[in-house]
Design a protein around this ligand. Structure first.
Ligand SMILES: Cc1cc2nc3c(=O)[nH]c(=O)nc-3n(C[C@H](O)[C@H](O)[C@H](O)COP(=O)(O)OP(=O)(O)OC[C@H]3O[C@@H](n4cnc5c(N)ncnc54)[C@H](O)[C@@H]3O)c2cc1C
Length: 439
């Protein structure tokens, strides 16, 4: 690019104001482009309860200036503990403090989803990202490109990013056929227990006094729990086989149903469940891998759950949506000429697809480790965990340095720099020519 040529300023339209869409909005705005986010809901918020934010995600958030805001709403778990389901005995542990800051350059946070979402919304607002609620996208013209809203209006842009989640309209339109979410065979009970209620029970104190991520592993099920900010609530996610009626994906139930399934589990876990009356129940669904996330027009790309919905067993779904946004924003910051956009979107897909597929597959694979039936295999798993005998394939994936590095050390910003430099070197005549010629 000629030094005096101004960088192109794109109008970018993002479909969906979830954690992925808002992350992309921040990164793309920081890259110098105009951003409009269209959200179908009538309010901006996140449903569900707690969320874990591993360092591969927190590093991006910090690079966007969100360290202080996230610290304010988050808890720093000191350790991940894997426990046996019967008695809660600890089988293996992975310390997180100071490891994740020292080795991976970012904290491992957990917080309430609504707080995380609000931090992202406020950052968008501070940066001048426009967010329109009550704006459901019903159709996309990939060539124009433009979207049609349920109200009938059409909005055009230079680039459209589809981040409309698991039941993505954008994904179906890109595929050209219906592609509903796939059943995984599991469901999640989501529970918030008042920490003050837990403190009344001596045997539950350890869970609320020392922040940690506790995971109980048992036959066909597992339970994950951690404290939320201000010691107000204790977050529990209990996964077991899907028994939800057809066509229903979220419903309320009561704790007696949960207690019935987990009746042979750690009495402390049962006590915690017994401290609440209402429980929400979510069918866990994902999707099959797509051949491509981008449209040949070079003006459209998917992001987040819309293209790589995953089981939450590595707690990475939102984290990789944040990574997508960071990488896409990083590449768009390099844009020197509008003609580079198609190549740049293919680069985005090239940088992101293998990693996200490996995490989706790895998350499904975790079910075999977490949900083992009692028997010889389970005894071997527990013996390996207790011996802390860390070799490739070690069952605690957060303790296995190879796998942990794969999850946590991912540096999307560096990936962008490497990709850009590679094209620059190969061209010998500036990156703009390379992007046109080689991608
Ligand atoms: C039980 C459970 C626990 C989890 N725990 C973790 C965890 O600890 N850590 C982690 O990283 N991940 C976790 N995840 C995964 C994480 O929640 C998701 O991966 C993440 O929220 C996906 O974000 P997204 O923005 O891609 O999609 P979504 O959050 O689904 O957002 C999509 C947005 O698009 C909007 N939208 C949809 N259609 C349209 C349309 N046609 N027009 C306009 N707007 C539209 C929706 O209203 C929504 O606001 C968990 C998931 C579950 C189910």
């Amino acid at each position: 690019m000629h030094p005096r040529m101004p960088k192109p300023r794109l109008n970018v339209l993002i479909v969906g104001a979830g954690l992925g869409g808002l992350s992309a909005a921040i990164a793309i705005r920081l890259a110098g482009h105009e951003v409009l986010v269209l959200e179908q809901a009538s309010t901006l918020s996140e449903v569900g309860a707690g969320i874990q934010i591993p360092p591969n995600s927190s590093r991006f958030l910090i690079s966007w200036g969100l360290r202080e805001a996230m610290d304010r709403v988050s808890v720093l778990p000191e350790i991940i503990r894997l426990r046996s389901y019967r008695d809660g005995n600890v089988l293996n542990e992975q310390p997180l403090v100071p490891l994740t800051e020292e080795v991976y350059g970012g904290p491992y946070w957990h917080c309430h989803r609504a707080d995380f979402h609000r931090v992202l919304v406020e950052k968008c607002q501070a940066l001048g990202v426009r967010i329109l609620i009550n704006s459901m996208v019903t159709n996309i013209d990939f060539e124009a490109p433009s979207v049609t809203l349920s109200t009938g209006g059409t909005i055009g842009a230079d680039l459209i990013v589809g981040s409309d989640g698991l039941k993505s309209k954008c994904r179906e339109q890109l595929l050209g056929h219906s592609d509903p979410p796939r059943l995984t065979g599991d469901l999640a009970y989501r529970i918030l227990v008042k920490a003050e209620e837990m403190r009344k029970h001596k045997d539950l104190e350890e869970f609320v006094n020392k922040p940690a991520i506790n995971t109980w592993m048992g036959p066909n099920a597992h339970a994950v729990s951690y404290l939320l900010k201000d010691q107000g609530y204790y977050n529990m996610v209990l996964i077991c086989p899907d028994n939800m009626p057809g066509g229903v994906n979220v419903m309320s139930t009561d704790s007696s149903e949960v207690l019935e399934f987990f009746k042979s589990w750690d009495p402390r876990l049962q006590k915690m469940i017994g401290l609440v009356s209402s429980v929400s129940k979510w069918r866990l669904q994902n999707s099959t891998e797509m051949a491509s996330w981008t449209h040949p027009s070079g003006k459209f790309a998917l992001l987040g759950d819309a293209c790589h919905a995953t089981l939450p067993y590595l707690a990475q779904g939102a984290a990789i949506a944040v990574e997508d946004g960071g990488v896409l924003g990083g590449l768009l910051a390099k844009l020197e000429d509008r003609s580079q956009l198609p190549a740049l979107l293919r680069t985005y897909e090239g940088l992101r697809k293998n990693r996200t597929t490996k995490i989706v597959v790895g998350s499904t694979g975790m079910r075999d480790i977490l949900h083992m039936e009692d028997g010889e295999k389970q005894k071997r798993r527990d013996a390996v965990l207790l011996a802390d005998d860390i070799k490739p394939g070690f069952p605690n994936k957060w303790r296995d340095p190879t796998f942990r590095n794969f999850l946590f050390a991912y540096d999307g910003a560096r990936e962008v720099e490497i990709a850009w430099e590679r094209f620059r070197e190969r061209s010998g005549s500036g990156a703009a020519g390379v992007f046109r010629a080689r991608l």
